[in-house]
Design a protein around this ligand. Structure first.
Ligand code: 13P
Ligand code: SF4
Length: 362
């Protein structure tokens, strides 16, 4: 190396000291070799955030070096939306997928919202358009439209109230009561709609959208796991098929799964969801053993430390939403946020639920 030349991202003793607390959380998930590449980027990102008055909102499906290393707020879709609304930073970097960045922009129109890779999409968000929702409303006049946050701002703008997997039952019941109806339209996740329908007396009209990560789990997978690991608690996300939920021990949003592990401290657990979830929860639960069948979300995995750094350095890629559309979408998201927060993230107790309730599929 030439005299005086210092590589931009060297693993120096200063970097080592500045990132030691992160290393202690990720060292069972990341090799020392990888860590020497990650740590300087973590230190550089955290420095850039301070210089630019920026925060990183990181979803539970981010890789552990992002989640534990640079996330100022980490959580599920509901938690990230709440945080976007209350953050006083000038810049929000969304370490998640595009619909989450749009939700942040809708809730914080005066802030600069950046996403490190514009291609980070979602199979649920791309399953439905604003025009589809307008047609649905024509077909079911007077029936409130509850939309999962995993949708574009264009779809949210056609919506009465949003929900996430952490509050879908609560929102469906609140919408039915407010509109004085016994049925609601819950779009676009077919499986979430089926799982909610089994928890409420409200009749559900559903769309055929699927999460490409969760739809691939089967009841046979779960039964095989239970046979191989009889002591393990099986926790499944409500975007999974209903047959999967029926044979799991617990179902809830990503925040509800974290909460389950943090409060019940199971000896052995299986998280039926995206792969990074177990890596991240494991960082705070060293005494729990994680059995690891999981599916990767290719959209979430587009976000890396390197593109978070590039995004902050170059102020790219900015997410914009047409102001008139944002105004209408904000009403739907704000109605959800204004509902009293549940004491604990919701769970879907489908093992005890009524199995014969079904949805009307559009
Ligand atoms: P939650 O974090 O709201 O449970 O959502 C999971 C998900 O698939 C987000 O894309
Ligand atoms: Fe969309 Fe599923 Fe990926 Fe979440 S995990 S971003 S719902 S495809």
């Amino acid at each position: 190396m030439a005299d005086g030349f210092a590589p931009a991202f060297a693993f120096t003793p200063e970097v080592d000291a500045a990132t030691a607390s992160v290393w202690s959380k990720v060292k069972t998930r990341i090799s020392p070799l990888e860590w020497r590449a990650h740590a300087p980027l973590i230190e550089a990102i955290n420095r850039l955030k301070r210089e630019k008055n920026a925060v990183v909102l990181a979803h539970n499906y981010m890789t552990p070096e992002i989640f534990h290393g640079v996330g100022d707020y980490v959580g599920d879709s509901l938690g990230l939306a709440r945080e976007a609304a209350r953050s006083d930073a000038r810049v929000i970097v969304q370490a998640g997928v595009h619909f989450m960045a749009e939700t942040s922009k809708v809730l914080a129109p005066d802030k600069t919202v950046l996403i490190p890779d514009l291609r980070a999409g979602c199979s649920l968000a791309s399953s439905i358009t604003g025009a589809d929702v307008r047609l649905i409303k024509q077909r079911y006049p007077g029936v409130p439209v509850v939309t999962y946050v995993n949708t574009t701002a264009e779809v949210k703008a056609e919506t009465d109230i949003c929900c996430t997997s952490a509050n879908a039952v609560q929102v469906v019941e609140a919408a039915a009561a407010a509109w004085g109806t016994d049925r609601v339209i819950l779009i676009p996740d077919e499986f979430l709609a089926r799982n909610v329908a089994r928890q409420t007396d409200v009749k559900i009209i559903a769309w055929r959208g699927r999460c490409e990560v969760h739809e691939r789990f089967t009841a046979e997978d779960i039964l095989e796991l239970k046979a191989a690991y009889p002591e393990a608690q099986v926790l499944a996300h409500p975007e999974c098929p209903t047959e999967v939920i029926a044979v799991s021990d617990f179902t809830g949003s990503t925040a509800a799964m974290s909460d389950f592990v943090a409060t019940r401290r199971p000896k052995q657990v299986v998280l039926i969801t995206e792969c990074s979830m177990a890596d991240n929860v494991a960082g705070d639960a060293p005494e729990t053993e994680f059995v690891r069948p999981c599916n990767l979300c290719p959209h979430m995995k587009r976000i890396t430390l390197q593109n978070i750094y590039d995004c902050l350095l170059n102020d790219r890629y900015e997410v914009r939403v047409d102001p008139a559309m944002a105004e209408r979408a904000r009403l739907a998201v704000q109605r959800m946020i204004d509902l009293p927060p549940p004491a604990r993230p919701a769970r879907y107790d489908l093992v005890k639920a009524r199995h014969h309730v079904d949805v009307e599929l559009i």
